[in-house]
Design a protein around this ligand. Structure first.
Ligand SMILES: [Zn+2]
Ligand SMILES: [Zn+2]
Ligand SMILES: [Zn+2]
Length: 332
């Protein structure tokens, strides 16, 4: 992500700030400008969800919040905190979608992009009715328990995952959304199947097999994560999420003058995946080393194999036609 500064005093501010910590000026993020400005029309979720995005078209909700269909019961403080954390991750997601110029249709039926943020329910007979995070036909459902750090960490450990974040969930689920829009029934299908496998393989059976037997021993040779080995759709969603991690991570690194001198381009408009990989890998090694210096796990616990790089290139190619020069600043 790019860097932001206070329009009043010039102090550096963060993407989620609603006020400058130095001069106290109110701040809001203006999606069309990709920048922090003095707020005029705050989003209606400013108070309940801490949304700091501004509305530019007379709507009630900002460009990210207007996609919500269901939000949790806000009379419960715990729900409120979890939902606010999820909304911040969702605004990060939308930053990238806007930078790429990807379509984000609004509405309540396909092809609209819709979010349900739900809490587990306890049925009358006392049994738990768990909410499953996933995507179906434009609707992304997220269990708000994922917005609780302890809960998410417990799930990460139970699943044996090296990396589990809210923004990671959202970048994964939006991958399914764009598979439907950009790959399904398109001229890309053959290239997709050659790289990721045939998605007509029984999905339910594939997931059952994954959860019963785990991934194949050699999954690292072909997939970015163990879960990506479950089914071609999951492979695509995991790889899509990963491309977003790399591109946004690299934009941030360059915004702070990290990385190799003399190598710089807008990673959202990268000419191919390889140029992003070449610039990102040394940065990721450095940030992992910094994390280890401070006794933290690796920030970037992934290894890129040659087949994964080819899949990343496919995803770059899918996104590229949507980019235009109006999709935000080059890295500052
Ligand atoms: Zn200021
Ligand atoms: Zn909002
Ligand atoms: Zn998935």
């Amino acid at each position: 992500m790019k860097r932001f500064s206070c329009p009043s005093c010039g102090n550096e501010v963060h993407f989620d700030n609603a006020a400058c910590v130095v001069c106290g000026s109110a701040l809001g993020y203006l999606p069309s400008a990709f920048d922090m400005v003095t707020p005029v029309h705050p989003c209606a979720n400013a108070e309940p969800a801490g949304c700091n995005w501004l509305v530019e078209d007379g709507e009630l909700f900002c460009a990210a919040c207007r996609h919500n269909r269901t939000v949790p019961d806000l009379s419960n403080d715990e729900n409120r905190t979890r939902w606010a954390a999820i909304e911040l991750a969702k605004r990060q997601l939308f930053y990238s979608l806007h930078r790429w110029g990807l379509p984000t249709p609004v509405g309540d039926a396909p092809p609209a992009l819709v979010f349900d943020f739900l809490a587990d329910e306890i049925a009358k007979d006392g049994s738990a009715k768990p909410v499953l995070t996933g995507h179906a036909n434009g609707l992304i459902t997220l269990n708000i328990a994922e917005g609780d750090d302890a809960e998410r960490e417990a799930r990460r450990a139970a699943m044996g995952e090296p990396y589990r974040t809210l923004v990671g969930h959202l970048r994964h689920e939006i991958g399914h959304f764009y598979w439907d829009r950009l790959v399904r029934d398109s001229a890309q299908t053959d290239r997709f199947r050659a790289l990721f496998g045939d998605e007509r393989a029984d999905y339910g059976e594939a997931l059952k097999r994954h959860y019963e037997n785990g991934p194949p021993a050699d999954w690292r040779q072909n997939h970015i994560t163990a879960y990506a080995a479950a089914h071609p759709w999951e492979d695509f969603a995991e790889t899509w999420a990963h491309w977003t991690h790399m591109v946004d991570g690299l934009e941030t690194a360059w915004a702070y003058d990290m990385g190799q001198p003399g190598v710089r381009f807008d990673p959202y408009g990268a000419p191919d995946a390889q140029s992003v990989i070449d610039a990102w890998v040394p940065v990721s090694i450095a940030v992992n080393a910094i994390n280890r210096s401070l006794g933290q796990p690796d920030l970037y616990p992934f290894v890129l194999s040659a087949p994964v790089m080819d899949k990343l290139d496919f995803i770059r190619d899918l996104i590229a036609p949507h980019r235009s020069t109006t999709n935000g600043p080059t890295t500052n």
